[in-house]
Write a protein that binds this ligand. Structure first.
Ligand code: C2E
Ligand code: CA
Ligand code: CA
Length: 503
């Protein structure tokens, strides 16, 4: 650039001198001076112009370099936590495995999943969620182990790679990480305890690619999440088989839903004051073409985990409304709603649409939810339940007594009824403590103007005592087991007396 200006200056000077020589001869010194000054000013102006253009170009180039560097970094770095991202981690893992195959140190992968992240995010907001992720990253990052790489894979999933898996070191490291993550995490208005679970896979187990190794750690993590949260679980070969079985069951469930194999069964609900049938609880059954009738405990968790519970619920509800068309019009239906369904914002309107299409009055429907719904998904659950209750649907708190049973919330929860868990009712006959619990729940419900249902009534003695203490509704094998729609229609047509009432 400077050379350019110099060349221009010299050129202008040369031009001036040439002009001088020509004009000197003709007109004398004054025009020469004018000519010289004009030429110099011209040279200066051109120089300045060039200099400015150069500076602009340089700034643009700097900007482009910076952008390139940022782009390059964002392809490797997770912007929220500053840790490596999945792509960068996978490259490091493949490199480490390559070096291990060439005789280098063995590799271990610790896959870390936060236990209560979703709860924090839902109850305290996304800013608090971000705080938790950043603090988790800081704790994992500050953990200094030679030859370790820390990354965030996405969501609340982190990973640590150790290029050293001698003598149980990864297991020890995992436990130390869990300890560090178990400590309270500061958020804007207090502290939260999140905790974590770890799945561990080591290269010593088998010759693997990076993806396979991460998958093995994922299988171990999944196993730990189901059986022992808050621990480190090492991958074992059998686990993979279990995971494959689960995948097959998942595919089968998808097929079953499409084929209409998941059907509602009905269990009678009896008003204890007056001994009258008031409706049925709708309970899902899988009518499997090969395995026969499969109980809900075997497929509801799978439907929840694979995101199919909503689809299943709407199908069951529509079918139940359809079945109820042939039954006395005062009978009510109670349906179970899984906590995970409250993540769907359109749930309330979908339920109301199904009812209106079937011509089933909302006042005849009760939803059974568990307490965990109200604890895990407070804001969305409240909103949805309030909408549904405003439309006339009532809400029962299922399995009451087994969860948090937060008394502080009983007053303002959007519920109408407590359903006493069948474990207490069933044991009440033998166990005095369970009786005290049943009685306490009925009294508690009365104090908060809530109705009560006791489920699991099998013995006539229990029934008469429940009546005495003022429980509203009863349900149990004593009155009838869950049966199919056809059997229910027959049972209603025959108008057989309810077994317990006959005795
Ligand atoms: P739950 O909501 O507590 O349903 C009551 C369970 O107790 C039913 O088991 C019923 O058959 C059983 N039961 C009723 N009376 C007695 C009795 O006298 N003695 C004994 N031992 N058991 C009795 P089931 O049908 O196997 O359902 C198990 C659980 O599966 C249900 O517990 C509910 O949590 C879930 N579930 C069932 N259907 C659905 C559904 O459509 N959606 C969802 N999300 N969950 C469902
Ligand atoms: Ca229930
Ligand atoms: Ca229950």
């Amino acid at each position: 650039m400077m050379i350019g200006i110099l060349v221009l200056g010299v050129g202008a000077l040369f031009f001036a001198v040439a002009g001088l020589m020509a004009s000197d001869m003709a007109h004398g010194f004054a025009p020469f001076l004018m000519y010289l000054i004009t030429s110099l000013l011209l040279a200066l102006a051109i120089g300045l112009l060039l200099f400015k253009t150069h500076m602009r170009l340089r700034r643009a180039l700097d900007r482009s370099h910076r952008k390139q560097r940022q782009l390059h970094a964002s392809a490797r770095i997770d912007s929220l936590t500053g840790l490596h991202n999945r792509a960068a981690f996978m490259r490091s893992l493949e490199k480490a495995l390559e070096s291990w195959r060439a005789g280098g140190p063995p590799v271990a992968v610790l896959l870390i999943d936060l236990d209560r992240f979703k709860i924090v995010n839902d109850t305290h907001g996304h800013a608090a969620g971000d705080d938790v992720l950043k603090e988790t990253a800081r704790r994992l990052g500050s953990f200094q182990e030679t030859n370790s790489t820390v990354a965030r894979l996405g969501g609340d999933e982190f990973v640590v790679m150790l290029e050293d898996d001698r003598g149980g070191i990864p297991g020890r490291v995992g436990r130390r990480l869990l300890e560090s993550l178990a400590a309270p995490i500061p958020i804007q208005n207090g502290f939260v305890r999140v905790g974590a679970t770890i799945g561990l896979a080591a290269s010593e187990n088998r010759a693997v690619t990076g993806e396979e190794m991460l998958h093995a750690a994922d299988v171990a993590l999944y196993d730990a999440k189901r059986n022992a949260r808050g621990t480190v679980r090492t991958f074992e070969t059998g686990m993979d088989e279990a995971m494959k079985d689960r995948r097959m069951l998942e595919t089968d469930l998808k097929r079953a839903l499409a084929a209409g194999e998941i059907v509602p069964f009905y269990q009678p609900l009896i008003a204890l004051n007056g001994d009258k049938l008031i409706g049925f609880e709708v309970l899902a059954r899988w009518q499997h073409p090969v395995h026969g009738i499969i109980p809900p405990a075997s497929f509801i968790p799978l439907a929840e985990e694979s995101g199919r519970i909503g689809e299943m619920f709407y199908t069951l509800l529509a079918r139940a409304c359809d079945d109820a068309r042939n039954w006395p019009s005062d009978l009510r239906l109670s349906v179970n709603i899984s906590p995970t369904q409250f993540a769907e914002p359109l749930m309330a309107s979908r339920i109301l649409t199904i009812l209106s299409k079937a011509g089933f009055p909302p006042a005849r429907l009760e939803l059974e939810i568990t307490e965990s719904t109200l604890v895990d998904q407070v804001s969305s659950a409240r909103l949805i339940l309030t909408t549904l209750r405003n439309a006339g649907i009532s809400v029962a708190l299922d399995d009451f007594g087994t969860g948090y049973s937060s008394l502080r919330h009983l007053n303002d929860l959007p519920v109408d009824r407590l359903k006493i868990d069948r474990a207490f009712v069933a044991n009440a006959q033998r166990n005095d403590e369970d009786w005290r619990i049943v009685r306490a729940i009925v009294q508690l419900a009365g104090a908060f103007n809530l109705a009560t249902t006791a489920e699991g009534i099998e013995a006539p003695e229990i029934l008469s005592t429940l009546r005495d203490i003022g429980c509203d509704i009863g349900q149990g094998y004593l009155f009838g087991r869950p049966i199919s729609a056809e059997q229910t229609s027959l049972w209603l047509e025959e108008r057989r007396p309810i077994r317990a009432l006959a005795s």
